[in-house]
Design a protein around this ligand. Structure first.
Ligand code: PHE
Length: 407
């Protein structure tokens, strides 16, 4: 009989093993860790990059004004790339919560990824603020989920109103991305609104994110002779769709939603984008001094203009900083629980809930993307802007207020 050597561990080894196993959960009590998740690579990489940049400008200001601290504790960001994949969004949010022990999460941009990450934050009781996910379902995942932007029922109506009343068109086709909750939802909201205004959708057809050849769909669209094509998808596909539409002799305007908002849109679509329109969260030339200060800081740091996501992420970070600051001032005991390493304890849970309540109470916050007041559903109600692409430039065309939408 062979005797197996017994493994005997001393207290040091046990401590070491415990550190390896749980060391990742070792949280310092002298800092506040905030998580951020987004697509930093692949198809919609500008979404994640813009988020990160907007947050960095907010952090720079915190550093300049308060040595980067809130309530005496240093703020540290942990940024995760989900590569534009919903499953990976869920994985990285899990990691931010379990391993980095973040006190709040900023993200995602794309609704499908916010829908994947949101329930994990909700389950853990960690507040999540999406800068820019517009699908109504996102904040319905629970009372720890917030957003800084308008919703797609409003955006779809805005697009329909613009097409029906400004462009005065009656017959359109819709080309949506079936893989995106955002695109599917926005296509529906547009169609409902457009039909209620007396318009007709002569054809609705689809593609899947990541496709590169849209000619078959565009050929069937062309056969129906619409006066415009509604493309409620993201910029990479929208740019390619525009190019291929023009190649096929389909010359009518394409109309998109905020998913077109990227510096890459015109790079990808080129001249084919001229004469197209999309709805967006802001226009850079608004005379708001806060916006102009933000633009100055952003341009100095990144040598270029931010897109709307950069502005919304900057607002998300500042709303979060403000809420943490209020917690530190109003309830130092709860604040201590928030930053303690005892995540999952009653103390930490009570602190998380208090932070949630403070974010939920955000009212009349003067953001660079407009005034932010969160309603009972943790959503913001803000105007949408229509951008026209002319000679390769994005021109402000009109702004449509939420108050003008019939109930
Ligand atoms: N609103 C889009 C969505 O929900 C994301 C987006 C916002 C894209 C702003 C670009 C600009 O999926």
């Amino acid at each position: 009989m062979t005797s197996r050597p017994t493994l005997r561990l001393g207290p040091v080894a046990i401590a070491l093993l415990a550190f390896v196993a749980f060391g990742c959960a070792a949280v310092r009590n002298d800092e506040l860790v905030i998580g951020e998740f987004g697509s930093l690579t692949t198809n919609d990489a500008t979404f994640g990059i813009s988020t990160q940049r907007g947050v960095e400008v907010a952090l720079d200001e915190l550093t300049a004004k308060k040595e980067g601290k809130i309530g005496g504790l240093k703020v540290r960001m942990v940024v995760e790339d989900d590569r534009g994949v919903a499953d990976e969004a869920a994985t990285v949010v899990q990691k931010l919560i379990n391993q980095d022990r973040v006190i709040a999460v900023i993200g995602e941009v794309a609704s499908s990824r916010s829908l994947a990450g949101g329930p994990i934050c909700q389950q853990a009781g960690v507040p999540m603020i999406s800068p820019s996910s517009t699908n109504p379902e996102v904040t319905k995942k629970g009372d720890f989920i917030f957003r800084m932007c308008f919703l797609d029922d409003f955006q779809g109506w805005v697009m329909a109103k613009f097409v029906a009343e400004d462009l005065k068109l009656k017959k359109v086709a819709v080309l949506k991305d079936v893989k995106s909750d955002y695109s599917v939802g926005l296509a529906n909201y547009f169609t409902q609104a457009f039909q209620s205004m007396g318009g007709t959708v002569v054809l609705e057809t689809s593609y899947s994110a990541g496709d590169a050849d849209f000619r078959a769909a565009l050929t069937s669209i062309k056969a129906k002779s619409p006066q415009a094509v509604i493309v409620p998808g993201y910029y990479t596909e929208a740019g390619q769709i525009a190019r291929q539409a023009r190649e096929l002799g389909l010359k009518v305007p394409l109309v998109g939603g905020d998913g077109w908002e990227s510096e890459k849109l015109i790079e990808i679509g080129g001249e084919a984008m001229n004469g197209c329109f999309y709805s967006n969260h802001w226009a850079l030339d608004a005379p708001d001094p806060r916006l102009q200060d933000f633009l100055k800081a952003y341009r100095e740091k990144f040598k270029g203009d931010p897109d709307a996501i950069g502005g919304l992420a900057y607002d998300a970070a500042n709303v979060l900083f403000q809420s943490i600051d209020q917690l530190a001032a109003q309830d130092p005991k709860a604040f201590a629980g928030l930053s303690s390493s005892k995540a999952g304890t009653d103390e930490r849970k009570a602190a998380d809930r208090k932070l949630r309540d403070l974010i939920a109470a955000t009212a009349q916050y003067p953001g660079v993307t407009g005034i932010i007041t969160l309603d009972a559903n943790r959503d913001a109600s803000k105007p949408a802007v229509i951008i026209e692409i002319k000679d390769g430039k994005k021109i402000f065309r009109t702004s449509i207020a939420p108050q003008s939408k019939p109930a």
